[in-house]
Design a protein around this ligand. Sequence first.
Ligand code: ATP
Ligand code: MN
Length: 457
Amino acid sequence: MKHIDIKKVLFDSDMVGTSVVVCGWVRTFRDSAQVSFLELSDGTSFEKLQVVIDKSALSVDPECTKLGASVVARGKVVKAYKGEGHELEAEAIAILGKCPPEYPIQKKRTTLEFLRGIPHLRLRTNTFQAVFRVRSVAAQAIHRYFHEHGYYYINAPLITASDCEGAGEMFRVTTHPWNAKYATEEEYCKNDFFGVKAGLSVSGQLEGEVAATALGKIYTFGPSFRAENSNTTRHLAEFWHIEPEIAFAELPDVIEIAEDLLKYLVRTVLEECAAEIKFFDSFVEKGLIEKLSHVAASDFAVCTYTEAIAILEKENANFHFPVHWGSDLQSEHEKYLTEQVFRRPVFVTDYPKEIKAFYMKQNPDGKTVAATDLLVPGIGEIIGGSEREADYDKLVAAMRERGMDTSAYRQYLDLRLFGSVPHGGFGLGFERFVMYCTGMENIRDVTLFPRASKTIL
Ligand code: ATP
Ligand code: MN
């Protein structure tokens, strides 16, 4: 159907005085003695197009005035009577798809919880349209950032046989029918599709290292899968993961890149999604614009895990889980550090080796590794990264300490045998970034069809 995007009709000054055809869904209808007003949205802009109907000149099919109905309208573009932009003086309106009164998206504000129950329709609301516009702009910006900085875009496999870090969290991939009976797990896997135990990847990092130690700078941007049983507002079973990996990078380089990327993304969202961010600032998180502008303009804090523990220990009485040197930081501790102590994003570095992955570079103190998590207010961890252990013997020792089977990591170890280089990278959770930019508090509300434990909508 020949028609013009509402965004163009609304804001392109060349449109004034022309006759156009637009399509969209009815968002509001107001009626008065001489004129009535239809507001249409076609998804192309946050603002709606007001269609003005002169009742003496045009009689409109009542179906076209129902909330949620889809219509096609022809008319003349004129300057808006009030405010900026344009409106449409209707010459003809026809129904495309009727919408009965059972339509669950009604004008009064509904709860996010209610909308979670209708994931196929919630995108018709302002909130979700805004979320998904921000999400799209952020995704484009991620590719643009890396492309402009000379990174190659790599697609790591989603089906993997290595169950490295995420052993307990890995979803199995199998074609066995439910009643298959085998004496041992080995026999079971041998007869399975791949002939070995396979699962969905929890991270593309190990493959990313393969690419980075040849191409220099790479990134992946794809889904990761984790069978997390923790039913939190920050975890999904399927989430999108941005994982740059950089040859010749040490921990301070990794931190610098992560900060630069995050600031670039925040700036881009502020510029390209101004209307959406203004909406979130008004209705979702008061002060959001100020928060994001501040983040884009000021330096992030950096502190070591050891310093963080010293700060947190003073507050132990107020924590659900008191901390001591060696404990993993829980969400309450992460939030306390970034929200109360630093009041801005903070990189925590050099964690005890026992609570981090085997591949992280061992520091000379023999106790910590060159890891970093970036914590942000409202969310906690948004990025996890590290310099990788580049020394063959140290890596093998770390794997043995953890009881890992080194033969399953032959290729990974080879990278340390043949021209090993210092390198590092990080993982940014895409949904967590979108939450951060929009102020949405539940990860399920920034994902089209969220997958979590006991949730597959
Ligand atoms: P957390 O401690 O919050 O569970 P993690 O330490 O397990 O995260 P990493 O393995 O460091 O996470 O993954 C890198 C990034 O991916 C995290 O900083 C986070 O932004 C994101 N992420 C990790 N797990 C999930 C998940 N289940 N759902 C959504 N995002 C996730
Ligand atoms: Mn982490």
